[in-house]
Design a protein around this ligand. Structure first.
Ligand code: AKG
Ligand code: FE2
Length: 206
């Protein structure tokens, strides 16, 4: 498996999932999205909508609404528990995380044309000793990651369909975001766009 160092603590595995595995995973995700539909997160306080839509898999899911950012065990619209994380996704965590406990949350971000994600830290998790593992499907996203202070130098990574990115250790609280998609770079999603899955351990194992 190719492992490309990006910044200390962050490793990129281009083409981790073969095309057939991407297609199979997409079919699994489409089923799960029927149980846990995409919802429209909004920014705390201001209520400004995110440009991505989201849902989650796992015992805990990340949500953002006017009240704030948090993890919760149920879908904010249906009130149902999130569906379990499928084995094919857990296998990626087991192979690349180097962390001996399973992830609790798989955040599903759906980027339509024009969607982006501003630079931010993933810091709503109690257990920061586990890395964040990200898996991309569909059109290439222009991702970048820097250090732990806002405004520092960032390193760009073109995250293509099937790529896996791991950030942990001293990169666990690194600022990162997605500037834009590169339209036409994948035929996996018929209408274009991009799906990013991020796997996180939330609570400290007992
Ligand atoms: O879409 C991506 O590659 C990054 C997603 C992300 O940073 C997040 O969900 O916190
Ligand atoms: Fe993030």
């Amino acid at each position: 498996m190719t492992a490309v160092p990006v910044v200390p603590g962050c490793t990129w595995h281009p083409g981790y999932l073969a095309p057939a595995d991407q297609t199979a995973l997409l079919a699994t995700l489409r089923d799960l999205l029927r149980q846990a539909p995409l919802f429209q997160p909004v920014m705390p306080r201001t209520g400004t909508p995110f440009s991505v839509r989201m849902t989650n898999l796992g015992s805990l899911g990340w949500v953002s609404d006017k009240a704030g950012y948090r993890y919760q065990p149920h879908h904010p619209v249906t009130g149902e528990p999130w569906p379990p994380i499928p084995d094919a996704i857990l296998a990626v965590w087991d192979a690349v995380s180097g962390y001996p406990h399973p992830p609790e949350a798989c955040l599903v971000n759906w980027y339509g044309p024009g969607a982006r994600m501003g630079l931010h830290q993933d810091r709503d998790e109690e257990d920061l000793s586990a890395p964040v593992v990200s898996l991309s499907l569909g059109e290439t996203g222009l991702f970048r990651i820097g250090g732990t202070t806002r405004g520092g130098r960032t390193v760009p990574v073109k995250l293509a369909s099937g790529d896996v990115l791991v950030f942990g250790g001293i990169a666990r609280l690194a600022y990162h975001g997605v500037d834009r998609l590169l339209p036409g770079t994948s035929t996996l999603l018929k209408d274009g766009g991009r799906i990013n899955l991020t796997l996180r351990r939330v609570t400290k194992p007992v």
